[in-house]
Each structure stands twice: as structure tokens, then as C-alpha cells.
Ligand binder design. Sequence first.
Ligand code: ZN
Length: 168
Amino acid sequence: MERLNDVEAKRFSALVLTCADGRLHGPNNLVKWIPGLLGYDGRDGVVSYDLISVPGSCWKLARGSAMDRLGVLNDLALLIDRHQLETILVISHRNCARYGERDPLKEDGKLRGDLAYTRRLLRQSFPSVSVLQAIACVDEVSVTGVQLLKPGGEFQPPLLLCLRKDSV
Ligand SMILES: [Zn+2]
């Protein structure tokens, strides 16, 4: 298969890996936050990115079977090659059914641990690609805030101060 031309490749230079949870998707949910998380300033007009949405997002890479892990990595490898991707943004979220953890502190520890593992795995597998990571806060129906993680796994600013989506 031919590679996309330069113009098309520029439009698809990023990929978002996130959970399949319906609260993350739709016109007023993650799609509203992702351009800012990727550093787009809006000057280019249309913002377009590839999307892989699987239950638990990085849970599958960190805790899934070897076959689970290989399946996601193979999908990533295909898209990175064909679309010349430069950035992968991994977004986990609070209250994720895949984790099934009712204690927010325990869930937070699992999310951070799996994000750290996923960062190492993606950097080893795709050394030319930048890895960004974030955790989304959700209520019963939608995203209420998203925090980008520093490379060391810390939030900036603290997650408890999740921004409301109407504040951006
Ligand atoms: Zn989830």
C-alpha cells in the first residue's frame, strides 16, 4: 500500500489510544480536549488524528494477555507506518469498568502504574514516536476534566483540580 502524501500525513500525525467507554466519546467529551492535549493551537483549522479505542486503554497493554498486547501493538505499528505518526496520546480515565476498582486512591495507583508501564513499552516499541499521557475525570455521562501527566507521572496541575470543560 502507498504511503499517504505529505499533506495527508500531516493531518494524521497523532494517534489517541483511549478506553471504549461511551462517556469519553461524543461531541462534547474527549474530542473537545484532545487538540489542546496534543498542542494544537487551532491555526491549522481542521484537527484530525487516528483513534484506537479499547476497553481499559492501557490496561490491555499493561495487564492484558500477550495476545492482547500484541494486537494493540500491531495496530499501532500499522498506523505509525502508514500515517507517519509522530505522537501517541494515551488517555486513561477514572471510574473505568475495566479496572472495576471502587476505591479512588487504589484506582489512581493502578492507572499511574499502568501508564508508566505503557510509556516504557511504547517508547521501546516505537522509539521515534513521542508519548503523551493523560487521565480523564468523568461523571455519570461525560468527561468533566482531563489532566496531562508529566513524564515522571505527576499531574500538572494536580488531578483534584480537574478543569471543567466549560473553562477551556
Ligand atoms: Zn474505561
